[in-house]
Design a protein around this ligand. Structure first.
Ligand code: LLP
Length: 429
C-alpha cells in the first residue's frame, strides 16, 4: 500500500492535505508517510517469518534521522556504506551491533570508527580489503567481524547503473574464488572473524527470477562455508523493485493493490513464498538489505508550476524542482508519476515536458507525457520519490536543499529544515 490518495479531489498523504502543506512550507518539498514506511517494513518482516532473519534497512535510500528512528524503534537493523551513515544510525538510536558495513572503498578512518562502535559485520568486497581490515584490527588489538560479498554472476535485468551482480561489475569477489579466500583468511588473518557471506545482485528488480537464480546458485556455497568456517549469517542483499508507473485513469493512484497477483510485477508476499523455502534448511541467519522497497513509494516530491512555455515543437511546464532535487530521471531515465494536488475535473490530457530550472537539457521529469493540463501556480507531486530522492540531492546551481516532512496520521512534522542562502556558503572562505 501507500498513503497517497485523493480525498474530495485533493491529494492527501494519510490524513494530511498536501496543497496547504506545500503552501505553508514552500516547494520543492519532500513528504513521507510514516504509516507506509512501517507497513512496508512489517510486511517484509512477515514475509520472511519462516526463517531466522533480520531486515537491515539500506540507509542510502533515505537517511533522514526521523526515518531511521522510525525503523530503529521497529527493531530494524541497518546496512550502511559510509562512516557518515553509521553516525546517522547511532544519532537516530540505532544499534551498531545490528549494522552491516558494505562498499568497495572503506577508508581507514571509517574502518576504525566502525570497529570502535562494534558493528555486526564488515561486508568486504575484495581480498585486498579483507587483508587491510585484518591489519587495522590488529593495530587496534581487536577482531573484526567480516563477511565477503560474493559476486554470483547473475544478470539482474535492471538498469545498467544499478546492476551489481555480474562479473564485469566492480562489486564482490568471484563466486569461484570464494572457498579458497575463506581458507586463506582462516589461516592467515588472525584479526578477522569470518561471520557470514553476503550478496546483492542489483536494485529495482521487478521479477523474481534473478533472485531465485542467485539464491539457488549461492545456497550450496553458504552451506559449505557454514560447515567449514562456522559462518552464522547469509545476507541476500536488497533490490526488491517497486512500481513507479501507475494508471491514473481511474483517478486513484493505488490501482495495483486491486490487480490480480499474476499481473503485478513482484510482490513481497511472492518474494517470501519463493525465497524462504530455498533458505529454510541452511541453519543460517538470513539478512535482507532493502532500501527502495521500504521507502520508495512512501515519499513524494511536491513542486509548483512556475511557467508554461509553448515552444515551436513542444509545451514545457517549468516547475520549481530540478534535477538537483531529484536526479533519478536524468541519471537512470527513471519514471516518476506526476499528479496535480488538485484532482482535475476533466479527463483531458496534454502532451508536455515537465522540466526544472537547471541549466541543463537533462533537467526534466518527463518528456512528451500526457498529463492533466496544470497551470502556473498549481502544485504537482512527483510520486515514488521516497528512495534515492533527497539523499541524492545536491546544491547544483547553488540551490538550497528542500525541506523534508514526515506525516504520521494527521500530524505533519518538519524533519529537515529547508536550507537557507546562508547555509549554502557555510564553511567557505
Ligand atoms: N545492499 C547493497 C549492497 C546495495 O548496494 C544496495 C543498493 C542495497 C542493498 C539496497 O538496494 P534497494 O533495496 O534499495 O534496491 N540510486 C539508484 C539505486 C542505487 C542502489 C545502490 N545500491 C536509484 O535511484 O535507482
Amino acid at each position: 500500500m501507500h498513503g497517497f490518495s485523493y480525498k474530495n479531489a485533493s491529494l492527501f498523504c494519510d490524513d494530511v492535505d498536501l496543497a496547504p502543506l506545500a503552501a505553508e512550507h514552500g516547494t520543492p518539498l519532500y513528504v513521507y508517510s510514516a504509516t507506509t514506511i512501517l507497513d512496508h517494513y512489517r510486511r517484509l518482516d512477515a514475509a520472511l517469518a519462516g526463517v531466522d532473519h533480520e531486515v537491515a534497512y539500506a540507509v542510502k535510500a533515505n537517511s533522514n534521522l526521523s526515518v531511521l528512528r522510525l525503523l530503529a524503534n521497529e527493531g530494524a537493523g541497518f546496512d550502511i556504506v559510509s562512516g557518515g551513515e553509521l553516525f546517522r544510525v547511532i544519532k537516530a538510536g540505532g544499534d551498531p551491533a545490528h549494522c552491516t558495513f558494505a562498499g568497495v572503498g572503506k577508508t581507514r578512518e571509517e574502518i576504525v570508527y566502525a570497529l570502535e562502535q562494534g558493528i555486526y559485520s564488515f561486508n568486504v568486497e575484495s581480498e585486498e580489503e579483507l587483508r587491510y581490515l585484518n591489519e587495522v584490527a590488529g593495530e587496534l588489538g581487536v577482531i573484526a567481524p567480516a563477511a565477503v560479498r560474493v559476486n554470483p554472476n547473475v544478470d539482474a535485468k535492471t538498469h545498467k547503473y544499478i546492476s551489481t551482480g555480474k562479473s564485469e561489475n566492480k562489486f564482490g569477489v568471484d563466486f569461484e574464488a570464494i572457498p579458497s579466500l575463506y581458507e586463506r583468511a582462516a589461516k592467515e588473518l588472525p584479526h578477522i572473524k569470518l561471520r557470514g557471506l553476503q550478496m546483492h545482485i542489483g536494485s529495482q528488480l521487478t521479477s523474481i527470477a534473478p533472485f531465485i537464480e542467485a539464491v539457488e546458485k549461492v545456497a550450496p556455497l553458504a552451506k559449505q562455508l557454514k560447515e567449514k568456517h562456522s559462518i552464522e549469517f547469509w545476507s541476500i542483499g536488497g533490490g526488491i523493485g517497486i512500481i513507479y508507473q501507475e494508471s491514473l485513469a481511474s483517478g486513484t493512484i493505488d490501482w495495483w493493490e486491486n490487480q490480480p497477483e499474476q499481473e503485478r510485477p513482484l510482490t513481497i508476499e511472492q518474494y517470501g513464498r519463493e525465497i524462504v523455502p530455498r533458505l529454510k534448511n541452511l541453519g543460517l541467519r538470513i539478512l535482507l538489505e532493502p532500501g527502495r522497497f521500504i521507502v520508495g513509494n512512501a515519499g513524494v516530491l511536491l513542486t509548483r508550476c512556475l511557467y508554461e512555455k509553448k515552444g515551436r515543437a513542444k509545451t514545457f511546464k517549468i516547475v520549481d524542482a530540478g534535477m538537483n532535487d531529484l536526479i533519478r530521471p536524468a541519471l537512470y531515465e527513471g519514471h516518476h508519476e506526476i499528479v496535480p494536488l488538485k484532482q482535475p475535473q476533466s479527463n483531458e490530457r496534454v502532451a508536455v515536458d515537465v522540466v526544472g530550472p537547471i541549466c541543463e537539457s537533462g533537467d526534466f521529469f518527463c518528456q512528451n507525457r500526457e498529463l492533466p493540463d496544470f497551470q502556473p501556480g498549481d502544485f504537482i507531486a512527483l510520486m515514488s520519490a521516497g528512495a534515492y530522492g533527497f539523499v541524492m540531492a545536491s546544491n547544483y546551481n547553488s540551490r538550497p536543499l528542500p525541506a523534508e516532512i514526515l506525516v504520521e496520521g494527521d500530524a505533519a512534522t518538519v524533519i529537515r529544515k529547508r536550507q537557507s542562502l546562508e547555509d549554502l556558503i557555510e564553511g567557505e572562505l
